[in-house]
Design a binder for this molecule. Sequence first.
Ligand code: CO
Ligand code: ZN
Length: 363
Amino acid sequence: MNEHERMYHLLKDLTEACGVSGFEDEVRQVIVEKLKEYSDEVRIDPFGNVIAVIKGENKDFKVMLAAHMDEIGLMVTHIEKNGFIRFTTVGGVNALTLIGQRVVIQTRKGKIKGVIGMKPPHLMTPEEAKKVPEIKNLFIDVGASNRSEVEKLGIRVGDVVVIDRDIARLGNGKIVTGRAFDDRAGVAVMIDAMMRVYGKEPSCTVYAVATVQEEVGCRGARVVAFRINPTMAIAIDVTAANDVAGVSEHEYVTRLGAGPAIKIMDNVRGGFLGLIAHPKVRELLIRVAEEEKIPYQLEVLVGGSTDASTIHLVREGVPSGVISIPTRYVHSSTEVISLDDAVNAAKLIAATINKVKPEDLKF
Ligand code: CO
Ligand code: ZN
């Protein structure tokens, strides 16, 4: 299997599993199974983060990789007498992305299908029809005619919901689309990088962490970084590829297929969740990309952030950077990435692990 096919199948297996923030059990199982093959040890911390270790020559020179396993989703808040289900969002879900969707509700009795319903457009006043839909006006229809039928399906308040969408290939087959590429694409890249490094005895010790609860404030990353106390950290996440119809070039951030992005800064507006990449980590990543002739882009992202936003502020501070996978339509069920970018991201991470020396981080 070539490296693109390997990446596609990793991403397929990872996106077939569900893992809304705080409810990551299913995807965690898949990740543990895959990481076991390419690491010396895999464990799960008390918070639910998966930590896979490749022991290097120097056990105190710790390079932490972080890719979040959780995804945005919905949560059941109320079951109405007539059998319709009200919900809220977990993470940054835009109501526009929900219209016309099938969903899967994860219940204690298994997965139940439903559809997102709304007041029929024919019944809307012209005023209402012009408005952007609001979450509070949407509901889930599972085909039940009353509350007790819904309850018999196993559905209860607090169950999480994802959009029902399979991975698919577009164009030449190297462009793929699906749900939860944010951040299963990052997890796939991290696992692929571990495959490339395992058995090669790096000088640093590698901690590949699949984190929980990123989409609600990078919470898993924060506690696991304290536990590991890394010398350096690299988050692997998606970033905006706004290179689409109707957007001016200066707002692209990144382009699909032009290589993984090396983050300079995100959440430009400031505030708690944001990162200015550590200058030494940023320069290391750029140097390795150039030496290895791996295409890359430089990224300044206006909104949004990654696990590195909490990791870099743990303890006395952790030199942190980010490798991003350019992604169109982030936080929708039609996210699009290029397998070229994902493969190149894995190569860049593996090469960085093989080359990094403690001196690289010194001012
Ligand atoms: Co996200
Ligand atoms: Zn993400």
